[in-house]
Design a binder for this molecule. Structure first.
Ligand code: ARG
Length: 568
């Protein structure tokens, strides 16, 4: 519809957005005449009338002008049925590839090694993956980057502790168990570091040994990297993320280039010594007390940290990976960090004007009652444990419903729905906001939940299975029932919604769309009998609507990273 309108715009308005939106007064309404008339030196009512005539000549739409120049557009039934037919024949459901030719780096997940992923890691994983999927669906060449925290002085402490306690069982068992043991050990070794100055000194020497490439020290570090990588990958697979070991982009891999990077910044006059550290200052970046906050390239002790390696990382993404757009799906609390990294990289010429670097800052997952999310004993909540509880929640909901699933299929479906429930609850809240992790609510069958959508999808599939048709035939000559029309128009909005997600980087828009689609389907199904349709022609058309709805729900859920089982 937008394309048709764009075609008939007069020459002086060519290329402008014709502002077509779904409407209550007709199928669509365009505000183009009011928005564009002024600049073109026309009266809006006059422009509207001209557009109406052009549309009447060139298209099959019914067009009327209302008020000061609103264009009300109604699509003939045959055209809408034709579109249903075309979309059904296209696995991409009529969506184009508007982002073809662009290269987008999506930086997400980025856990720290030797620690178990906890609730704080949920959002980056889930939002980052949904963005990677949506951008790539629209044709972008997406490069996922998992910026592993595998470098830093804390490893001196941990490796020293492990070396002094060879009896510790961290080398036994599966990766999941080993990472839990290491996570606990992290705290123990930190306590030892704080309580025992001699241990602290030995740990500092261990950091030097690690940085200097001492073989025994590096071997333990390597082992930490491997166990962590294995445990992370297990969780990625369970979460159904696209991340693979090939997407790893570790902090340590930038280590060697950091001294050179610091030199470049000094030579360019961008970094200066201040109180023994090498810093980049910004006029517009001030701390809470109004004092300038610098980006620290090199610390007082001569070491390089997170900020320096993120600068090198950004340079690599532009220079070597050829990114046009770089998205950092990272906790909102790192906003200042990214602001400084981007600004410093712009000054250094590593982030040219044509390349966009953007922090997608998400809020916090809160515990019951909106309090910080902690275990009963006050510890951090393991991500794996949260997923287990969501799967249990789905099992409980399913136990109360009648269904035909059993054995392995039941287990598979509960797992998919439990994981899906958690992901959807996260994605459907705008990322800027905090939200409360409430399992009962997220596995509920009522309301805007992942489980509701998975049921909706499975229900449409079961209607199709009952019908048993091998293929559906659409009769374009049949009139559309209002509920059918509402559903068709919503189905038409799929591509536009995914484009919005990619433009605004907001997966919650797709959640809202799919929820509206599921509701429109319910209304259609209540108003228009499908299996008992009065004529074979109507039955065929309605089955086509069922099929397109199922395909659109499944595709949309897939872009969110939810697996939609055929039966629930
Ligand atoms: N490891 C970091 C953390 O746990 C997240 C990394 C995000 N990505 C980045 N390029 N800084 O906070």
């Amino acid at each position: 519809m937008t394309a048709a309108m764009a075609r008939v715009l007069p020459r002086e308005l060519a290329g402008r957005d014709p502002l077509v939106r779904p409407s209550e007064h007709a199928d669509f309404q365009s505000n183009a005449a009011m928005a564009l008339a002024g600049p073109a030196g026309l009266a809006s009512r006059e422009l509207a009338e001209r557009l109406r005539q052009l549309l009447a000549e060139e298209t099959a739409f019914t067009v009327s002008v209302a008020g000061p120049g609103f264009l009300n557009l109604t699509v003939p039934d045959a055209l809408l049925w034709g579109q249903v037919e075309q979309r059904l024949a296209d696995p991409r459901l009529g969506a184009g590839l508007p982002l073809a030719g662009s290269r987008v780096v999506v930086d997400y997940s980025g856990p720290n090694i030797a620690k178990e992923m906890h609730v704080g890691h949920l959002r980056s994983n889930v939002i980052g993956d949904a963005l990677a999927r949506s951008l790539s669906f629209l044709g972008a060449d997406v490069i996922r980057q998992n910026h592993l925290g595998d470098w830093g002085t804390q490893f001196g402490m941990l490796i020293q502790y492990l070396t002094e306690h060879p009896e510790h069982p961290w080398r036994d068992g599966a990766a999941g168990t080993r990472i839990s043991l290491l996570d606990a050990l992290y705290k123990t070794s930190r306590q030892a570091f704080e309580a025992d100055p001699e241990f602290a000194e030995r740990s500092r020497r261990r950091v030097v040994a690690l940085q200097g490439g001492d073989p025994a020290t590096v071997a333990v570090w390597q082992e930490l990297v491997e166990v962590s990588g294995e445990a992370f990958q297990q969780l990625y697979d369970r979460l159904g993320l696209l991340i693979t070991p090939q997407d790893t982009d570790s902090e340590s891999s930038y280590n060697e280039e950091l001294p050179g990077l610091a030199e470049e910044l000094i030579e360019a006059g961008i970094a200066v010594e201040s109180a023994g550290a090498l810093c980049v200052f910004f006029e517009d970046i001030l701390g809470p007390e109004g004092a300038p906050v610098p980006l620290i390239v090199r610390k007082q002790d001569g070491g390089f940290g997170y900020q320096a390696s993120d600068l090198a990382t950004l340079r690599h993404r532009v220079r070597d990976l050829g990114a046009d757009r770089i998205l950092y799906v990272v906790d909102a609390r790192q906003a200042l960090h990214f602001k400084m990294v981007f600004a410093a990289a712009r000054r250094a010429g590593w982030l040219p004007a044509g390349v966009e670097a953007k922090h997608v800052p998400f809020g916090t997952v809160m515990g019951p009652g909106g309090k910080p999310f902690k275990t009963r004993s006050g510890g951090t909540v393991r991500l794996a444990g949260l997923l287990d509880s969501a799967v249990d929640g789905v099992r409980a909901v399913m136990a109360e419903k009648s269904h035909e699933l059993s054995g392995a299929e039941l287990e598979r479906v509960a797992e998919a729905a439990g994981i899906g429930a958690v992901k959807y609850a996260d994605l459907s809240t705008s990322w800027a906001r905090n939200y409360v992790f409430d399992i009962d609510q997220m596995v509920s069958l009522n309301g805007d939940t992942g489980v509701y959508l998975l049921y909706a999808h499975a229900r449409v599939r079961s209607i199709l299975a009952k019908a048993g048709e091998a293929s559906v035939v659409v009769d374009r000559s049949l009139p559309l029932h209002p509920a059918e029309r509402a559903l068709v128009l919503l189905l038409d909005g799929f591509e536009g919604t995914v484009r919005e997600v990619a433009r605004e980087l907001e997966p919650h828009r797709l959640c809202g769309y799919l929820f509206a689609l599921a509701k429109a389907f319910t209304e259609f199904y209540g108003a228009c009998p499908v299996l008992k349709a009065p004529t074979p022609g109507l039955r065929g058309n309605r089955l086509a609507l069922c099929e397109l709805t199922a395909a659109t729900l499944a595709r949309g859920l897939d872009l969110l990273g939810l697996e939609a089982p055929e039966r629930i």
